[in-house]
Ligand binder design. Structure first.
Ligand SMILES: [Zn+2]
Length: 303
């Protein structure tokens, strides 16, 4: 009796797992993953006991007058594309219409196009929320992109990271390449803005530092929230064997306590210290960070 109950409950568990896998897989496909990847993600999620986050890095929206193609950009490339197609009536031009008829027709088509953009924008708003999308990249002719953009509400408009040239006949891979370039450029711009913010804030005596000494001091206090270090940064430093203080210069006694020191690379020591105290590090290529000795930081509080 007990055995049978157990087997029944195992069968039930088996069924539950299958149902769960089906649901998760369908969800993942709906989020734009290819079926194989969707199943694999569901399986991983099951194994880890968590729902694997499948929010796309960005949603690419290729628009023209009659259709919108949506391509989710996932961590491992393009997800499955979905094309939304509107119906455009009155494409026939036979019958020798004169100019007036022609202009009516044009107006009609333009109205239709307007409605399609409204419909695409409404669909996009819903999809963005359902997929957890935070970035949108528009693609198409400059004109189609501009018109479509004007149909987006402000919240969705703010998610638009930019626009790329694109045509419906172009392979998805080509579009994806352009989008990745654009997102990299945006990321670099954001990085510049963050570094500038840190340097300005440091100059005002706020919760930021610029330069080696000030940043070392803040790091020693565990106050660094985010460290910006020039990728090419390399400077001799030393650590005191007695008090642990990190300081510039590869040799000499500790300037704090006079103890013996060990040589080290200052950038590496700084990164270690910041990470150990719960801060994050951004290795940047921003050349003008060189003007503040190649290092700046945003702090948790002014020091
Ligand atoms: Zn010392």
């Amino acid at each position: 009796m007990i055995w049978r109950t157990r087997r029944d409950s195992l069968n039930q568990l088996d069924q539950d797992i299958r149902d769960h896998m089906d649901r998760e897989t369908e969800d993942n496909i709906a989020r734009g993953m290819a079926p194989d990847a969707a199943y694999a993600a569901a399986l991983t999620g099951l194994a880890l006991g968590v729902k694997v986050s499948t929010a796309p890095l960005a949603l690419i929206v290729l628009v023209d007058g009659v259709s919108a193609r949506l391509v989710p950009l996932l961590a491992d490339g393009a997800g499955e594309a979905v094309t939304l197609e509107g119906e455009v009536h009155g494409r026939h031009r036979q019958g020798g219409w004169h100019l007036l008829a022609q202009s009516r027709y044009q107006r009609h088509i333009q109205e239709q196009r307007g409605h399609h953009f409204d419909a695409f924008a409404a669909a996009l708003t819903e999809l963005v929320d359902e997929l957890g999308v935070e970035r949108i990249v528009l693609a198409g002719s400059p004109r189609a992109v501009a018109v479509f953009r004007s149909h987006l509400d402000r919240r969705i408009g703010r998610m638009v990271a930019g626009a790329i040239a694109g045509a419906a006949h172009e392979p998805v891979d080509v579009l994806v390449e352009r989008v990745i370039e654009l997102l990299d450029r945006r990321r670099a711009e954001e990085e510049v803005a963050e570094v500038q913010e840190a340097v300005v804030e440091a100059a005002k005596g706020g919760a930021a530092t610029a330069g080696v000494e000030a940043t070392l001091d803040a790091a020693a206090r565990g106050a660094v929230r985010r460290l910006y270090l020039l990728k090419t940064f390399h400077e001799d430093g030393r650590r005191c064997s007695v008090c642990g203080a990190i300081q510039p210069g590869g040799s000499g006694d500790c300037r704090v306590c006079g103890g013996d020191t060990q040589p080290l690379e200052l950038g590496e020591a700084l990164v270690e210290r910041v990470v150990a105290t719960g801060g994050s590090v951004d290795m940047v290529e921003e050349p003008w960070l060189g003007r503040v000795e190649g290092v700046a930081a945003l702090l948790r509080y002014p020091v």
